[in-house]
Design a protein around this ligand. Sequence first.
Ligand SMILES: C[S@@+](CC[C@H](N)C(=O)[O-])C[C@H]1O[C@@H](n2cnc3c(N)ncnc32)[C@H](O)[C@@H]1O
Length: 378
Amino acid sequence: MTEELSLEKPKVPLTVPRGKRMGTVHMPGEADSVRAPGFRFVDLFAGIGGIRLGLENAGGSCVYSVELDPHARRTYEANFGPCDAADVRDVRPEDLPDYDVLAAGFPCQPFSIAGVTKKRSLGRAHGFADVTSGNLFFEIARLAEATRPPILFLENVKNLRTHDHGNTFRVILAELDRLGYEVAHSVIDARHWVPQHRERTFIVGFRRSVFGGRRFEFPQLPSGTPPVLRSVLDPWYDSKYVLSRHLWEYLQEYARKHKAAGNGFGYGLVTGNDVARTLSARYHKDGSEILIDTGSLVPRRLTPVECARLMGFPNPRMLSTAMRPDGTERPLKSFVIPVSDTQAYRQFGNSVVVPVVEHLGRSIAEQFSSAVDLAAAS
Ligand SMILES: C[S@@+](CC[C@H](N)C(=O)[O-])C[C@H]1O[C@@H](n2cnc3c(N)ncnc32)[C@H](O)[C@@H]1O
């Protein structure tokens, strides 16, 4: 399955008219309306570039990227080159070049169950009341309002829709509506592409003035037999990925206690024939949500390279094996992991499943192309 993924630029050629200046709505017939095929996107909250890879595979080209965390930026920059800015809050609308799609997998902690629980226990507010990161959605809104891109492509955790009794999501939808977007949203499980259950909310906004009030139609899910874990597992692995006996006993005891109390999921023990639970950013702690049964007494966790495959990243390699001694990349196009295991686990747990984004990106490109054609014909 991983062999099918590619870092190459393809694929869906579009003739997208060029706006006269940054922030104009791209309508056909403008004097200087020639643009290279493909759509242009900005990658906000870029992480390690999962959304970027997916949209590039769908024919897009990234024209601006922003990521705050220096470790994530290291991975992003090893694979794509320098980010343009670190903090979205510092980005001015005039910094953004002409573009079509504002893409953002904005931080999910204030909206996720784990995030809410943790913040509640710390006596802090959550959702939009959380001024540290909840308000980052309004940074997206600020830039969208000023630059008026034809399309918004946003990603977040599944429970964004139910957080705070649905109020958070209502605020988001109302704000996007106010900004002039028809919004479609759907929860999609990456399980159709990779051997992992990972449900995420995808929101696509189509600017009314460009799409004539049409809404994005989510594409059909792929048919066919979805893959199982065997497709991402390596036959060999370093013994450091095998759990210590002490940790394994602790996890079993913890699961027993919680089961007796009628709560908690405990650990997730799987074989090559199974599908993994959602890889989380805390996987580095004990790996308990996805433990591989090796047939011996103690299971192992996934390696960072296997996590990358589980997220649909193409041909992942640790930096040491991806580069020649002179620093040039080996012939095989690969997604390079230049950070420690701990950082890598965090980064893949925070990322998106690349082929899911590619699937949606292709549909976005097609529907954008049709809208432009339709407007040209009228
Ligand atoms: C859910 S992750 C997005 C991951 C990304 N979609 C990927 O494929 O890797 C959110 C990212 O937003 C970044 N972030 C948080 N606050 C930020 C800010 N103020 N400006 C820019 N990036 C920020 C975090 O460091 C994190 O990498």
